[in-house]
Design a protein around this ligand. Structure first.
Ligand SMILES: C[S@@+](CC[C@H](N)C(=O)[O-])C[C@H]1O[C@@H](n2cnc3c(N)ncnc32)[C@H](O)[C@@H]1O
Ligand SMILES: [Zn+2]
Length: 391
């Protein structure tokens, strides 16, 4: 149904193909909600409670799922698609494949595999510590690039809504992190998650409803099915709002070619303009063989991602592939810095185990020793601030 919030708030985004404004297709028809680009005429439906901003050309290919999966597997030439579109589609299919198990096995704040959870816990407190300072006196829009089953939508939703996520607020381990905070409710105006997998996006919407946050949809919390590389905000609405854009848990390394990795960072930079911060977290290639292949993908998250099918050449390039189509490239600090530079980011810092410092205040959630021992050797974090001087 088209609610007043929906009317008001769909204007936060622009056409992913040409960047023009989007309008409701038929305002009188409340059953099938669709947005139409005012310039290129592309249509974007609301499906399973979320806006689908995947361009029609790519949507059509994903619908022919079985055929395309086979074509990708057999390496057939897909005449109509560019290399980037082809690589994006294979990522979408891999993600669709994992969506149902991903939250429980990889993301759940208290139940997921510890190797994934300990890393995510550090990302959580890093991001929250950063937001705590900003939200004291700034209006902020938060965007999660590659939001998966909605980890940040849930965490930040919990902080703007006292009545939501009751079990996480009550749990002594997660209570401090997920607690309601009036400065979040007052100043965090939009919490936007973009994920190119419809399965992930609708799963995140389902979870948010289960945790009592459905009432905020398309008012404060926006689960959007879209591609980060071509996601556009309506900047006129947010000139005076600070943006924080995160891309966590190796999502940058899931982009199947160098061009898509640079485009993802460029898009984050554009979203942050005229002022904002981007935070990126990827896995450190130093631990690719000993931890990545053996413990993490080989055992801990194997059930969700499938068996490893990495070739010798991939292994030498610190790239992992699995039977379920997962692609994961691990980086060195210098490589992440190289990508930041190529994306035109200037005011940044790249942190690894030598420069990361433990965060205090969340010891029941992640001890300082755990941060140092379990997370820092695996993590590379990039943080860039975008200001008026950035073109
Ligand atoms: C490794 S998971 C991480 C999920 C989430 N960021 C977290 O930290 O819990 C990567 C997610 O990003 C999504 N994704 C990857 N590349 C994307 C892209 N280019 N555009 C939109 N979503 C993308 C995938 O569908 C998947 O859900
Ligand atoms: Zn358009």
């Amino acid at each position: 149904m088209i609610t007043p919030a929906l009317y008001k708030n769909t204007s936060i985004v622009e056409c992913p193909i040409c960047g023009s404004s989007l309008n409701f297709k038929d305002k009188s028809n409340n059953r099938q909600i669709e947005l139409l680009c005012s310039k290129c005429n592309a249509d974007f439906p609301f499906e399973n409670g979320s806006l689908n901003l995947i361009p029609p050309k790519i949507r059509a290919e994903i619908c022919a799922k079985g055929i395309l999966t086979r074509k990708i597997k057999d390496g057939f030439h897909l005449g109509k698609l560019t290399k980037d579109e082809h690589d994006l589609i294979s990522g979408i299919l891999a993600s669709d494949n994992m969506a149902k198990q991903y939250f429980r096995n990889v993301v759940h704040p208290t139940d997921a595999a510890w190797s994934a959870r300990s890393y995510e816990r550090f990302e959580d407190i890093f991001v929250i510590q950063y937001l705590d300072k900003l939200l004291k006196d700034k209006k902020v829009v938060f965007i999660d690039a590659g939001s998966g089953p909605g980890r940040y939508l849930l965490l930040l939703g919990s902080k703007i809504s006292a009545d939501s996520c009751k079990e996480l607020k009550k749990n002594p381990e997660t209570g401090i992190l997920y607690r309601y905070d009036s400065s979040y409710e007052r100043n965090l105006s939009h919490i936007i998650g973009i994920d190119y997998s419809m399965e992930m996006t609708s799963h995140s919407a389902k979870l948010l409803r289960r945790y009592g946050l459905g009432y905020c949809f398309y008012d404060r919390i926006f689960p959007i099915n879209g591609i980060v590389q071509n996601f556009h905000l309506n900047h006129r609405m947010f000139e005076d709002t600070y943006k924080v854009i995160v891309c966590t848990f190796q999502t940058l390394g899931n982009q199947e070619n160098h061009d898509l990795q640079v485009q993802l960072l460029k898009s984050m930079k554009n979203l942050a303009k005229p002022h904002g911060t981007i935070i990126v977290s990827v896995f450190n290639k130093k631990l690719f063989k000993s931890f990545g292949l053996k413990t993490f993908y080989g055992r801990e998250v194997k059930k969700t991602v499938g068996d490893i099918v990495t070739s010798k050449e991939d292994e030498d390039n610190f790239i992992l592939r699995t039977t379920k189509g997962v692609y994961s490239k691990w980086f060195s600090k210098g490589e992440l810095e190289g990508l930041f530079k190529e994306a035109g980011l200037t005011n940044y810092s790249i942190m690894d185990e030598d420069s990361l410092s433990p965060i205090s205040g969340y010891e029941q959630y992640l001890k300082k020793e755990e941060q140092e021992r379990e997370v820092f050797p695996r993590a590379i974090l990039g943080l860039a601030e975008i200001g008026h001087e950035d073109k």
